[in-house]
Design a protein around this ligand. Structure first.
Ligand code: URA
Length: 248
């Protein structure tokens, strides 16, 4: 059977997937036009990550799986589920606490005052939003910007776990106590956690103060700067950020 623009004939294709399709007696399958050259093996997927995976596609699929999540009470007052933003192939993952009012309205992380300060912190070590990915431990706004409760963090944890599995960051920077405790499994305060490198599996985790805390307490600028110098050194050692641009 001849192939037209939108069909593929499984018979005669030398690969196990197509052989198994043919073994079901299927002579012709209809495919979306934008998939056809990929399925014919003429083109490799356009967006590839560290190990050749399709990071954007997998993150999109994760977003669909989350759907209109109602796993905890934060769904009741939210306007948006804020998954994250930046370059998911960069290999550098910043994790904050949870969306605030501006983030909830815009559906993007760190777009308010704390976000502007985070931009300056990134700039100080030659990074920007295109060279990191930024997300939060909970994806919906805790009302009144309170800390997320342990059951809310637990309900949302699988999403962050999946994001990390998909993006395979080379380093994680946790911002503030809730994110740092979640990522290190420690119950210590941020003052004790910062200043050393922890691990999430085999990924180094560098806790530092949350930019919102810096807005309140100028004296925290120095320790954050020390942490950023440490981050810069680690990035050089790990050869990060990865260059592929794959914005979300
Ligand atoms: N604070 C956070 O922890 N996350 C955001 O996205 C914004 C402010």
């Amino acid at each position: 059977m001849a192939e037209d623009r939108n069909t593929l004939t499984p018979r005669g294709k030398a690969d196990p997937f197509w052989n198994s399709v043919a073994s079901f007696g299927i002579d012709e399958i209809f495919v979306l036009p934008e998939w056809i050259s990929e399925l014919k093996g003429e083109k490799t997927p356009s967006v590839t990550g560290k190990e050749g995976g399709n990071i954007s596609g997998e993150l999109e699929a994760l977003t669909s799986r989350v759907g209109n999540c109602r796993a905890c009470r934060l769904c009741e007052e939210r306007n948006s589920i804020v998954f994250g933003g930046g370059n998911p192939s960069a290999g550098i993952l910043f994790i904050g606490e949870g969306p605030g009012a501006n983030e909830d309205i815009q559906g993007k992380p760190f777009v308010g005052r704390a976000g502007k300060l985070l931009d300056k912190i990134l700039e100080a070590i030659d990074l920007d939003r295109d060279s990191v990915y930024i997300t939060n431990i909970v994806k919906c706004r805790p009302p009144g910007n309170r800390n997320p409760s342990p059951d809310e963090v637990a309900a949302c944890w699988w999403i962050l776990e999946e994001q990390i599995r998909i993006m395979k960051p080379g380093i994680i920077v946790s911002l503030g106590a809730p994110a740092s405790r979640t990522m290190t499994g420690s119950t210590e305060g941020i003052g004790k956690l910062r200043g050393s490198i922890h691990r999430y599996g085999d990924i180094p985790v560098l806790p530092t103060y949350h930019p919102a805390a810096l807005l309140r307490t100028q004296a925290l600028k120095r320790p954050v700067w020390e942490d950023m110098k440490k981050l810069k050194k680690l990035l050089d050692e790990l050869n990060l950020p990865r260059t592929g641009k794959d914005k979300a």
